[in-house]
Design a protein around this ligand. Structure first.
Ligand SMILES: Nc1ncnc2c1ncn2[C@@H]1O[C@H](COP(=O)(O)OP(=O)(O)O)[C@@H](O)[C@H]1O
Ligand SMILES: [Mg+2]
Ligand SMILES: [Zn+2]
Length: 575
């Protein structure tokens, strides 16, 4: 490819709305353009990088025996209603009507459609296992699309599904995908962490997310450097230091706390209590049922943990009116002491975080505005119906698996694999006969990669003030040949010759044949992030060219007859 023919609309200035580096650089370097919120066009450079990631994914999927499909993005409502997700997906699902007024939607993932195919065609264990995948467009009407390609409403996903007759088969399929994901992300040049994750609203057991650590990420992961423990904050546990409560007071004692609204207020209030001696009472609505959620005062609730612990599909904080109606007080004075079905019929569940187990001499709201209770013993005074790990782990807490210390990092999720089990096959009736003629639901797994997120993660990881530094495997071009002055016929001729030789050697090469100042060309090559630049300048008279490695910003003189071999060796080493 010649730059003079290539469409690369680079910008001098950062786009005004860009918050994260990858958004800024992908727009400035001419890889992407926004069409509307969360919807982007990929320009030629963006599409080249994307296709390289796609090819790597395809090769590794094929290597583990997965078979490529292409399913329709346009789906009838029926299959989504059958699985129950027509309701569950809420506003995230793009819904539409056809001309006959039939309900349709745009697929946000494809469990339903793949299961439909499996249930019609597969009826014996002899036809299993099967691993099916596709690389296709997904649509999600995200509430807050943001950050360039990071969270968009239309994107490419590689989604794969495994079908087995039993759990052991699923375990093997899951491990194959795990290994393939590691190979894919490694080949794409990414540094990543595989973390334990929540299985989400639609159930399933084991769930692993592939995360790239970056400040641009919207997820939080918890990592122990000592033993390698790694989990999404939605799942992570931690060792807790025991707290000495002393001898329990005989009974709770009410005391006035005028103006106290928050944990901090009560900490600072004369006769109040330290945050870790307070019980924070949160009121949540779980699938239209009101629940009290109890946390230690200095701990934060993680809503996904609450959702996982209760199986609720929809979780939201209660509104002030709902709180007053149920408890007779406002947030700030709430508590669970003596709350029971008989006296508080609207409260359907009291769930508490593990950190409150056995605690005494605690302080909490009295369900009476401007009043609190001290001397509360959790087990004696509160009818906790369910205990669960509900809190968000924090940096500095103890690792649950070793003596090490946990750290919390922001990260972007590039892939997610999980064991669905029989959730879809049961509701949708995908069954097979086993070897001993028993009918069983097919055991399924689901495995996704966000293709454009690979590009986002690479740019977040590898960049400098001059621009992007692509890992070679997903760079739009591997090498750029830059004659410093195309009006000098001998320089141009040498550049053309080298360009031809590199192409013949199978190198993905760009010739910067533009009639621009050398400085402009160097800056553009740095901005778009081509890993190797061969500069053809005055030294060509002595048979030398300059080879610049973008990542190190290091250049060396190489004899012109050796440059193709040198580049081939470097590309091989970085592949
Ligand atoms: N809105 C989005 N924009 C870009 N990529 C996405 C988006 N949602 C999901 N992905 C990518 O698709 C992969 C599989 O999605 P999945 O795990 O089903 O989504 P979620 O984590 O939202 O439940 C994710 O790991 C992520 O890389
Ligand atoms: Mg996910
Ligand atoms: Zn550890």
């Amino acid at each position: 490819m010649r730059w003079s023919n290539l469409f690369v609309p680079t910008l001098r200035e950062d786009p005004a709305d860009a918050e994260v580096i990858s958004h800024r650089l992908l727009v400035r370097a001419g890889f992407i353009r926004q069409l509307t919120a969360g919807v982007y066009s990929l320009l030629p450079l963006g599409q080249r990088a994307r296709l390289k990631a796609v090819n790597i994914i395809r090769e590794e999927m094929n290597r583990i025996g997965a078979q490529e499909f292409l399913l329709p993005a346009l789906n009838p409502a029926e299959v989504w209603k059958e699985s129950g997700r027509w309701e569950v997906m809420g506003d995230n699902l793009f819904r539409l009507h056809d001309r006959k007024n039939a309900e349709m939607c745009l697929g946000m993932t494809h469990e339903e459609v793949f299961t439909t195919i499996a249930r019609h065609a597969i009826n014996s264990y002899r036809q299993l296992p099967q691993v099916w995948y596709q690389i296709q467009t997904k649509f999600r009407d995200e509430a807050r699309p943001k950050s360039g390609l990071l969270r968009v409403r239309e994107f490419t996903m590689k989604d794969a599904y495994s079908f087995d007759v039993d759990r052991a088969g699923l375990d093997r399929a899951f491990q194959d995908q795990y290994d393939a994901y590691c190979a894919i992300f490694k080949r794409c040049g990414l540094k990543f962490t595989a973390v334990e994750a929540s299985s989400g609203a639609m159930g399933g057991s084991q769930s692993v997310e592939f995360m790239v650590r970056t400040e641009a990420g919207e997820d939080h992961i918890v990592v122990c450097e000592r033993c390698g423990y790694a989990a999404n904050i939605e799942k992570a546990k931690a060792r807790l230091e025991a707290i000495e409560d002393g001898e329990a007071a005989a009974q709770p004692e009410e005391f006035p706390t005028p103006g106290v609204r928050t944990i901090d207020d009560l900490t600072n209030f004369p006769g109040g209590a330290a945050a870790d001696r307070q019980i924070k009472t949160l009121v949540y609505v779980l699938d239209e049922q009101l629940a009290l959620v109890l946390m230690r005062g200095d701990h934060e609730l993680n809503e996904t943990k609450l959702q996982d612990a209760t199986g609720a599909l929809n979780v939201r904080p209660a509104h002030p009116e709902e709180i007053r109606e149920a408890l007779g007080a406002s947030a700030g004075s709430l508590g669970a002491v003596n709350v029971a079905r008989a006296t508080h019929p609207l409260v359907t569940l009291i769930i508490a975080d593990e950190a409150l187990r056995g605690r005494s001499n605690m302080t909490t709201g009295a369900n009476k505005d401007d009043h609190h209770l001290r001397g509360v013993a959790v087990d004696r005074d509160i009818k906790v119906e369910r205990w669960a790990s509900l809190r968000a782990v924090r940096t500095g807490e103890g690792c649950p698996e070793c003596e090490g210390t946990l750290e919390v990092f922001k990260a972007v999720e590039i892939g997610h694999i999980f064991k669905l089990g029989t959730r879809y096959s049961e509701i949708m009736g995908a069954r097979v006969l086993t070897a001993d003629a028993k009918e069983v639901p097919i055991v399924m797994g689901s495995y996704g990669i966000g293709v454009e997120r690979i590009l986002v993660a690479a740019v977040e990881l590898f960049n400098d003030e001059a621009g992007i530094i692509w890992p070679t495997a997903i760079a739009p071009f591997e090498v750029i040949v830059t004659p410093v002055n195309v009006r000098d016929a001998s320089l141009l001729a040498a550049a053309e010759q080298l360009y031809g030789e590199l192409k013949a050697a199978g190198v993905d090469v760009l010739l910067d044949d533009r009639d621009e100042r050398a400085g402009v060309k160097f800056n553009d090559a740095d901005l778009i992030g081509v890993p190797y630049r061969v500069t053809i300048g005055k030294k060509i008279k002595d048979g030398k060219v300059e080879l610049l490695t973008r990542a190190m910003r290091q250049s060396e003189d190489v004899a012109v007859e050796a440059i193709v071999e040198t580049l081939r060796a470097k590309l091989k080493a970085s592949a």
